[in-house]
Write a protein that binds this ligand. Structure first.
Ligand SMILES: Nc1ncnc2c1ncn2[C@@H]1O[C@H](COP(=O)(O)OP(=O)(O)OP(=O)(O)O)[C@@H](O)[C@H]1O
Length: 337
């Protein structure tokens, strides 16, 4: 791997987002400031030419992380660095300059494309906003070629409803590429597509990562696809990161009980009929994020929970494989595994 491939593009440290809960009259009287603890103390690094998967079940805070990184949401605390420089933008020209380098792809390509406008309109707008409208026709053709919608002439004047789900998502990707970004934040980019076309879109993203040396954040609830598609995998539970490392290690040798549960719960034809879920003690309910459990947030569900787990927040413990870590007291030196 060359140095440029591992160049850090975007980093987050201590990234935290608490959404205030709308207060009722009683809360006003008691001055009770409730908040949804959607994301707490998240640290991650996106590098050129690498895909980083962020995996977790619904409500674990994955989309909020992506929106914080895209600076679509203001953060409660923490730092975001672009090429090592701390950066905060609140819309306007500074946001546009940021979005030129960090683009987001959303889950639902139908909702993110305007049904009254053609592919040409969407892509032209992106190129214009990002100052790349010189040689417009050539750039439009180039964008469609990049996402393998060929010949481009067949697609340019189509409306979103005339395209398949996979083609629409390719147009969304082309629109993001119109900015010529360094990082792509892909929030469940294939989860709304038919199973049969998901692989094609993931292969396209992988091809773009390699050809354009992009840093990609791939958000998914499907840990099996992370193994296939991502270089590195981070696992999130109830707003906190619980495990990370290279994808092969995290998916083949998961350390955190929650990661093991995710893998056990993934559909696997070889395991049909095995109904017990030994890693899940509490029957599969994630906790309230308004009053999250103290200590490790997974402790009420964890079959390995020790007294300490409900009182002390586990730090990241390094594991034998380089770069592999788990925030779990089982890995404290001397703890029985
Ligand atoms: N704008 C908001 N206001 C209040 N709470 C929010 C807001 N956006 C998200 N949340 C809450 O924050 C938590 C994390 O949500 P988020 O959408 O980031 O999770 P997710 O892992 O992406 O889930 P999904 O896969 O279902 O999109 C959830 O409890 C959600 O209800």
């Amino acid at each position: 791997m060359t140095v440029t491939e591992t160049e850090v593009v975007l980093e987050a440290e201590g990234l935290t987002k608490h959404f205030p809960v709308r207060r009722g009259l009683r809360d006003l009287l008691t001055r009770d400031h409730k908040a949804v603890h959607a994301v707490d103390d998240v640290r991650l690094t996106l590098r050129r030419g690498r895909v980083t998967a962020l995996v977790g079940e619904s409500g674990s805070g994955k989309s909020t992380v992506a929106r914080l990184l895209a600076q679509l949401y203001g953060r409660t605390s923490g730092e975001i660095r672009l090429h090592g420089e701390p950066i905060t933008v609140h819309g306007g020209r500074k946001f546009r300059a940021y979005a030129r380098r960090v683009q987001m792809i959303f889950q639902d390509p139908f909702a993110s494309l305007n049904p009254t406008h053609t592919v040409r309109y969407h892509l032209t707008r992106s190129l214009r906003i990002h100052g790349r409208a010189g040689d417009l026709e050539e750039n439009l053709r180039d964008l469609l070629n990049q996402v393998q919608l060929t010949p481009p002439e067949r697609y340019l004047d189509k409306f979103p409803h005339e395209l398949s789900g996979g083609q629409r998502q390719r147009v969304s990707i082309a629109r993001a590429l119109g900015a010529d970004p360094e990082a792509l934040l892909a929030d469940e980019p294939v989860s709304m597509l038919d199973v049969s076309i998901r692989l094609g879109v993931l292969n396209l993203l992988r091809d773009l990562k390699e050809r354009l040396n992009l840093a990609i954040l791939y958000i998914t609830h499907d840990i099996a696809s992370a193994r296939y598609f991502a270089d590195e995998t981070l696992v999130m539970y109830a707003g906190r990161m619980v495990e990370g490392g290279d994808s092969e290690t995290v998916t083949q040798h998961p350390a955190h009980p929650y990661t093991r549960l995710l893998i056990e719960s993934a559909p696997d034809p070889d395991r049909l009929g095995e109904l017990s879920k030994p890693e899940d003690q509490a029957g599969g309910e994630p906790p309230s994020l308004i009053a999250p459990p103290s200590g490790c947030r997974f402790n009420p569900r964890c079959v390995h929970a020790m007294p300490k787990c409900s009182t002390d927040l586990p730090p990241r413990f390094e594991l034998p494989t380089a770069g592999h870590w788990a925030a779990c007291w089982l890995y404290e030196e001397g703890a029985a595994k």
